[in-house]
Design a protein around this ligand. Sequence first.
Ligand code: OAD
Length: 434
Amino acid sequence: MDPAGGLKRQRSISDEANAQSPGAAAYTADAQPAPSLATAAPLTPRDPPPDREDSDSSDDGPSKLELLARQLDALRQAGELPDHLVDPPTPPPILSSFDADGLAAYINDGSERDIVVMGGAGMSTAAGIPDFRSPGTGLYDNLQKYDLPHPQAIFELAYFRERPEAFYALAKELWPGAYCPTTTHLFIKLLHDKGRLLRCFTQNIDSLESAAGVPAELTVAAHGNFDSATCIDTGASVDPNELKAAIDAGPQGWQALRDREGGLVKPDIVFFGEGLPRRFFELATQDLPRCKLLLVIGTSLSVQPFAQLVGHVPENCVRCLVNRDAVGRRDPRIPIAVARHLGSGSLDYGNAANYRDVALLGACDDGIRSLAASLGWADDLDRLVASATALFAARAPPPPPELPPPRQLSASELASIGDLLVDDDENAAPVVFE
Ligand code: OAD
């Protein structure tokens, strides 16, 4: 196989853009530097089944990625890897240590607005919102009640047209307002308060960044959210409060809205097959070259094109994964230049070639707390958490009054109840309570 040819067939961010934007220069694997994220036509989220694309093997044999890694490794060992794919010598480490302390020292040495956050569903699980792919607890493992042909159908336009009630039921559950931002969301706000947040790109539709106080202009909802709504047939904007009221009212509610609007109305959440907001590409193109630290928090990095942002920061940008699972790590057999464009993992934490990547593995809030402690920001973070918790408690409906514990009945009380239940006719069948 010709590896360069193979790479050209891999659809990088700019490949996708070129495919949708005729006239744009064709991208090839040896183009340098990393291609621009700006596109004339917005891209659509792609969700390759991670089991097949990213894992080493499955019952059906090795994944495409594993096959590519083997072929590239064979070429390397035979000394036939093209020069432009040979990894450059590893630069000296940027960090004094690859942990929270090393990261904190680096952050404390930084300047204004040089930190970009890339967030995913793992940031919000501590608030009670499930993520998508965690086995057992993730949303895609818990949609049986909707009887979907496959879990992702809940976010597919064709299925929504056919059976809107499934998405509407989920939307009712997920509609923002019922959840309190987590310590991680509040740390992003703290980054802003400290003048360090350049942008927060989030895949989440829960708007918890906004609930935490991160300004709207610093947040990019890459997969949309519930802040606006559109009729899918006429393209007319619809007040999201009107949509919420319709969904809350059940089928009659959303059917009436559909009849009024001339088509189904959907919150502006990016479904599979829909374009990402133009703002995502514009701001990613603008911000990533200026980014000194990329914090990748609570995401499996399995949905494109979002996951590819990791490979589009400058080579002297430190990247830190804060996540329960060790995701996004480059297979050392795959050259750095290739990994950056595949979007399947270009982080080098734990690899011999690492000079800039850190992984704080475990719960997001724990990783973030350890980073805040190393930064000397623990008290500031605690204050933000305390005020968000108090605000949320004040807004939440009061819990139902506690019922007194059941009283043990005395023998005579039991006997008198028994008398009430026994029919006058002593031969009558006993009363049986099912
Ligand atoms: P995923 O569910 O794919 O990944 C969540 C990641 O967070 C996993 O690696 C979990 O291990 C990790 N995680 C969960 N809870 C955690 C916690 N408390 N602390 C640390 N890590 C935790 O979610 P995303 O990567 O965000 O698209 O998924 C991206 C997109 O896939 C979503 O935006 C959605 C979905 O299809 C659309 O809606 C278009």
